[in-house]
Design a protein around this ligand. Structure first.
Ligand code: AHR
Length: 671
């Protein structure tokens, strides 16, 4: 082993470890689908989260039609002659009598209606005059009854309803003060007799959504996704794909077309954990498959939808009769084929035409489709088989993703991998929510995988700290360590998505999560920073990196050091990632062997993950340790000091100090 003496300050004097990088040979291309996002409506990730709608139960379709609403005066829930057949409930406000007896209702939003002073909000409602009613006014108010101010009302506007036909009305609201835990109030304008107005799909959105789309996504949260530059975007889950019962499964066809007519679905995360019970958690479908495809396009990620294979959640259903019999799967297979047509089909086709009518005549360019989420056993294999056959025969270019079950080892896993090979799926989805020691020891996991079969999709993973399942710096560091193993096996690991993505601080069911948020702001975790450091530095080609002739993967004697290297052809940079999980600073020499004759290293830019004491503004996030990504460049003097040429084709960056418990990415430029 080559040994040098560290010159850098801070780390003390210690022997440098030599990282040998062979830069002339591309071991494998880095898949453009690395590193990606997993999205599920868990932890209020969609309704109450990314989907910017501020009204809960806007269509009065929760099993208790007025859940989330407080009514006053004369309010009835009706269904006859409703405007939207798949959401048949609406309310009738009738004048309550004389004086100040108002009729109306107010919505509590998701953990309160939150609105920012001076910003614009779009209130909309479908309305008609009930038979025999005189023209009426509807007042829309954003109010904060608990604000302690003279006036509770931060913003108000009115609409005039003059027709007996259902119509959409819209007006703008601009709060005069910040509202944190407020309500949206909808009131029949005059209390006098003779008035009755029917209302449905009562909605309030910020005007300033992601890309300015009306009824769109929360801007800060979508921006956080964009900033990760993800290679793939997996949606809509997760367990919600399956349903606790087959009828609750996610049905994509219910989530396209006009939002008003997308039927409500239950959300299993409202009851899955008795100690995290959220009885008001449903799926409105407002963030549906069209929006998911659009978001994938916006953030530059390949869309990866996951569809039901006809199995209800196997954790909760042991008896075979709750699943769809194999000979009755055709409608499910049709859903898969129709989805491909929706995403890619000509506008003259049924589903391609629907896509065009929703505003996207161009195909979305769907390439990947997963069938089944966390399924297992022969019951999965026998159902997946007819899907594979049908998709291959109609759409041979679509890459199919199959499951390896809920854990990355054990009987279910061992049974499924050979079966996935036999069925000829293109990728196998692996899930691992595992403790620190598992992550520390798994950077070599893929070194011995069979290269002749399907590729690996690490479709759900996160390091769960023992006894403290919340985000902390150390678990993120171990995720970074394991990910050197993804990179080192770039020929077989072609997709990876941390999970879950979002969590509302007041409504989570599962942790850790990548991004925490409340109604106003968000906090990116150390895991987010790790993902970003990988995605911004994914490069184009894997390079061989060894220390003493072995991969650097936390082996005995390597004392918690992990490393991998890639080339970025676009910028002509060598990118070296080093994770030091030990409590001692380490000094490394980075030896670039096989450089083009006459070429040298002209600059070194560094991104370094480092803990910070800055605490998130969000309450209750339990982010034990925050981090930030420090960016720095080695100065000309440091370069002159540190860069040593050995012969014509080797350059060594000497004595780079890697702090204890840190993750660093070095970009060594050649231009
Ligand atoms: O990510 C949370 C859950 O973990 C997913 O819904 C499921 O696929 C897995 O069990």
């Amino acid at each position: 082993m080559a040994v040098a003496v560290a010159l850098s300050g801070g780390a003390g004097v210690c022997a440098a470890e030599v990282l040998d990088v062979k830069v002339a040979e591309s071991v494998a291309p880095i898949a453009p689908t690395m590193y990606g996002l997993f999205f599920e409506d868990i932890n209020y990730g969609a309704d109450g989260g990314l989907y910017a709608e501020l009204v809960k139960n806007r269509s009065f379709e929760f099993p208790q039609a007025l859940s989330g609403w407080q009514s006053f005066g004369q309010v009835e829930v009706l269904t006859d002659d409703a405007p939207f057949e798949r959401n048949p409930h609406y309310v009738r406000l009738s004048s309550a009598g004389h004086g100040h007896k108002y009729s109306g209702l107010q919505n509590e939003g998701f953990f309160g209606v939150t609105a920012v002073k001076g910003q614009e909000y779009v209130f909309s409602v479908w309305a008609r005059l009930a038979e025999g009613s005189r023209p009426a006014k509807i007042l829309a108010e954003i109010a904060d009854p608990a604000s302690g101010r003279n006036s509770q009302i931060a913003a108000k506007a009115e609409i005039k309803v003059e027709s007996g036909e259902w119509q959409r009305y819209e007006c703008s609201l601009k709060p005069s003060f910040d509202v944190d835990n407020g309500v949206l109030r909808v009131v029949l304008g005059k209390p006098d007799g003779g008035l009755a107005v029917d209302l449905d799909h009562v909605s309030l959105f910020p005007a300033d959504t992601w890309r300015g789309r009306p009824g769109g996504l929360r801007k800060d949260l979508a921006q956080a996704l964009y900033d990760l530059h993800p290679g793939v975007f997996r949606f809509p889950g997760g367990c919600i794909v399956e349903g606790t019962e087959i009828g609750d499964r996610y049905q994509w066809k219910n989530t396209v077309g006009p939002v008003e007519n997308r039927p409500l679905n239950t959300n299993r995360w409202h009851y899955t954990f008795a100690d995290r019970f959220y009885p008001d958690y449903y799926q409105s479908g407002g963030l549906g498959f069209y929006e998911y495809f659009l978001l994938s396009e916006d953030i530059g990620a390949e869309p990866l939808p996951v569809l039901s294979v006809g199995l209800a959640c196997q954790y909760q259903n042991n008896s075979p009769e709750v699943h769809v019999p194999v000979d009755s799967l055709q409608p499910y297979i049709d859903d898969a084929l129709d989805l491909i047509e929706f995403a890619n089909g000509d506008t003259l086709t049924t589903w391609g035409g629907l896509r065009a009518s929703m505003g996207h005549p161009e195909p979305f360019g769907l390439k990947y489709l997963a069938i089944g989420n966390e399924q297992w056993g022969p019951e999965y294999v026998e159902r997946l088989a007819p899907f594979v056959k049908a998709i291959r025969s109609r759409y041979p270019d679509i890459m199919i993703v199959g499951s390896s079950g809920p854990s990355p080892d054990g009987d279910k896993f061992d049974y499924l991998w050979p079966e996935m090979k036999r069925l000829g799926v293109d990728l196998v989805d692996e899930h691992y929510y595992k403790p620190e020691d598992w992550f520390a020891g798994s950077a070599t996991r893929y070194d011995s995988y069979d290269r002749r079969g399907p590729k690996v999709f690490a479709g759900e993973y996160a390091c769960h700290g023992k006894g403290k399942k919340f985000n902390h710096y150390n678990t993120a560091l171990l995720e970074a360590a394991m990910m050197t193993g993804f990179e080192r096996n770039a020929d077989i690991v072609t997709m990876a998505t941390y999970a879950p993505l979002f969590a509302h601080v007041k409504g989570w069911q599962w942790r850790p999560d990548m991004i925490w948020f409340d109604n106003r702001s968000m906090s990116k975790t150390s895991s987010y920073n790790v993902q970003q450091m990988y995605s911004l530095n994914k490069g184009t080609d894997l390079l061989r990196l060894t220390m003493d002739g072995r991969p650097v993967a936390g082996f005995d004697g390597q004392n918690g050091l992990y490393a991998s290297a890639v080339l970025d052809r676009g910028s002509d940079e060598y990118i070296v990632k080093i994770v030091n999980t030990s409590s001692e600073a380490r000094t490394v020499d980075i030896r670039l062997d096989g450089m083009k004759r006459g070429s040298g290293i002209t600059g070194v830019d560094v991104m370094r993950l480092t803990p910070t004491s800055k605490v998130s503004a969000l309450e209750g996030t339990n982010l034990e340790c925050h981090s930030e990504i420090v960016r720095e460049s080695l100065s000309a003097a440091e370069l002159a000091d540190r860069l040593v040429r050995e012969g014509k084709r080797t350059v060594v960056l000497k004595d780079y100090a890697v702090p204890a418990e840190s993750f660093v990415v070095l970009r060594l430029g050649t231009k």
